[in-house]
Design a protein around this ligand. Structure first.
Ligand SMILES: [Fe+2]
Length: 172
């Protein structure tokens, strides 16, 4: 394996995490446009969209500390994340359930990504960014917990909408 500088490994990790947040952002924005029956989900996503923008700014700050920027970088669509993000906007009768599963997967992916990024940031000696990335990690964990805690109520509401006259109308 070719040897790379820790700074270059770190820059790659920052860019990948930024691209990940971009995917997540787009997936959430598409959902928010379409959410009408689930205001609590809409509220959670709207709040997390704002958090995600700040998370991207934290990554941009760390990149500029390395003398790099994100604007020149093509944001790579990541395999699994790309699929999850795509899944999060497929129009289907059970769209809300699929979105919930996809949102849950996206947050789990982000939690792992920030856990790894924190280790790399530490190894690269970027101590200034550690509290910022810990904050991002805490936000992802809170969002993951929030999605999990809503899953039951979402499904119950989905069942009631789908098995009533409302849903029969909506699906025509
Ligand atoms: Fe997130």
């Amino acid at each position: 394996m070719a040897s790379e500088s820790i700074q270059s490994v770190y820059a790659t990790a920052l860019r990948n995490t930024h691209a990940l947040e971009q995917e997540a952002l787009q997936a959430m924005e598409r959902q928010v446009e379409r959410l009408t029956d689930y205001p609590e989900v809409k509220q959670a996503l709207t709040q997390h969209i704002e958090e995600t923008k700040r998370q991207q700014e934290r990554l941009e700050t760390a990149l500029s500390g390395l003398g790099e920027s994100v604007s020149s970088v093509k944001e790579a669509v990541m395999g699994l994340m790309g699929s999850m993000a795509a899944m999060a906007h497929m129009p289907a009768q059970d769209e809300i359930l699929k979105n919930t599963f996809a949102n849950s997967a996206i947050e789990a992916y982000e939690i792992a990504a920030y856990t790894s990024l924190l280790t790399i940031a530490e190894a690269a000696g970027d101590h200034a960014s550690i509290p910022a990335f810990r904050q991002s990690l805490a936000e992802e964990e809170a969002m993951a917990a929030r999605i999990r805690s809503m899953a039951d109520a979402i499904t119950t509401k989905y069942l009631s909408l789908t098995t009533s006259g409302d849903a029969a109308q909506a699906s025509t």
